[in-house]
Write a protein that binds this ligand. Structure first.
Ligand SMILES: NC(=O)c1ccc[n+]([C@@H]2O[C@H](COP(=O)([O-])OP(=O)(O)OC[C@H]3O[C@@H](n4cnc5c(N)ncnc54)[C@H](O)[C@@H]3O)[C@@H](O)[C@H]2O)c1
Length: 348
């Protein structure tokens, strides 16, 4: 079993191994004396895995309750959170009980936020089941919910007690979501892990899935340890996301998926920074090749000027302008603040 330890506040382990799901009860018991465990999952993941997780928890003496919500980002709202909180209250969960987030990023974010809010905070564990959740969203303690005004506008930093990653569950993940998650793996290689980037170039990700998850989580672990609350280094994780988010907004979240938009965003910013002599020559070409290899788009017909307009209203905009993450070369990144005028010029 691969194991990483994240050292923030109460430190916690991230465990990675195929078929860990059948052992999750024991792994959760090691970090919790709870009487009750509340599995929060969505309508797809629940069908596949809720019973297996329940059985494993019951073997360890937990009294298990399951709450299932309708799968998809459109469920990431306060109505769902309200139902989750009521689910815990109706089943008389106390401060010493535990929430088990079983699912993709939507589940993890909402179950985590529910755990952060119920009785001012109870323990939770993450069992991420999508590629994005396994390599990114389940680690680092960001939890939250969308508002009608924007994605993830409400939330809390609330770290899980443990993260249990079973790569085997990816066998039931629809291919489009696997592809989507690959954008974050490519991002991880770009910003801090040249060896991962090169391995993604030479080999095929599914052939070294455990190693890939490990590398991505390890990269995120280091960044979060240095900057839990996104005051500095954690911003590097936004590589490709500022313009990516603008692309998603441009299509009112009904066009490109998140991963597709991030892939295009990474290319747009790298092309501009390479042209400006900031990024090593040839980097954009390498990035495009890798993005294509994993079935993601590297360009889009959305007007850059329109995207820049949208970025101005983006939540990451500070008073003085925008922070863009750029590459010096593959595996080395930094943030560069640009004023509104500089942004126009930079991308012209
Ligand atoms: N907290 C963070 O740090 C962070 C980071 C990045 C993204 N996010 C959030 O993550 C969310 C996106 O995550 P996502 O792409 O995992 O979305 P998701 O949770 O909706 O999962 C994608 C789809 O795959 C299905 N699914 C998941 N695992 C499966 C499995 N093993 N078998 C079959 N079906 C499965 C789900 O039911 C869903 O339909 C967004 O809301 C985003 O804001 C959070």
């Amino acid at each position: 079993m691969k194991k990483l330890t994240l050292n923030v506040g109460k430190k916690y382990d991230i465990l990675i191994e195929k078929n860990l799901l059948d052992n999750c009860g024991k792994l959760i018991r090691e970090v919790s004396k709870a009487k009750k465990a509340g599995i929060i999952t969505d309508s797809n993941v629940g069908l596949f895995y809720a019973e297996r997780v329940k059985e494993s928890l019951e073997k360890e003496g937990f009294e298990v309750f399951i709450h299932i919500f309708r799968a998809g980002e459109q469920s990431k709202n306060f109505e769902s959170i309200y139902r989750m909180l009521c689910f815990l209250a109706e089943n008389t969960f106390t401060r010493s009980d535990i929430v088990v987030a079983l699912g993709g990023g939507v589940t993890g974010d909402m179950a985590g936020f529910t755990a952060a809010s119920y009785m001012r905070g109870i323990d939770f564990v993450q069992i991420p089941t999508s590629l994005l959740a396994q390599i990114d969203s389940s680690v680092g303690g960001k939890t939250g919910v969308d508002l009608p005004q924007g994605k993830n506008l409400c939330g809390a930093f609330w770290q899980p007690r443990r993260v249990i990653i079973d790569p085997e569950v990816l066998s039931t993940l629809p291919k489009a979501f696997f592809t989507d998650g690959m954008a974050e793996a490519i991002k991880a290689g770009c910003i801090k892990d040249k060896a991962l980037f090169e391995r993604l170039e030479k080999e095929n990700a599914p052939d070294f899935i455990e190693d890939m998850i490990y590398s991505c989580v390890d990269m995120k672990r280091k960044v979060v340890e240095n900057d839990e609350r996104e005051k500095g280094e954690r911003m590097l994780l936004n590589f490709g996301h500022t313009l990516g988010h603008a692309i998603e907004k441009y299509y009112d979240f009904k066009g490109l998926s998140h991963g597709q938009a991030v892939a295009v965003g990474m290319v747009l910013v790298t092309r501009a920074s390479e042209k400006a002599g900031i990024t090593e020559k040839g980097t954009t070409e390498r990035l495009i090749e890798l993005i294509k290899k994993y079935g993601l788009p590297f360009e889009d017909k959305a007007e850059l000027a329109e995207l820049l307009k949208i970025t101005r209203s983006d939540k990451k905009m500070s008073n003085s302008g925008l922070n863009f993450v750029m590459l010096k070369e593959i595996g080395e990144s930094f943030t560069k603040p640009l004023t509104v005028e500089q942004t126009e010029e930079f991308f012209s």
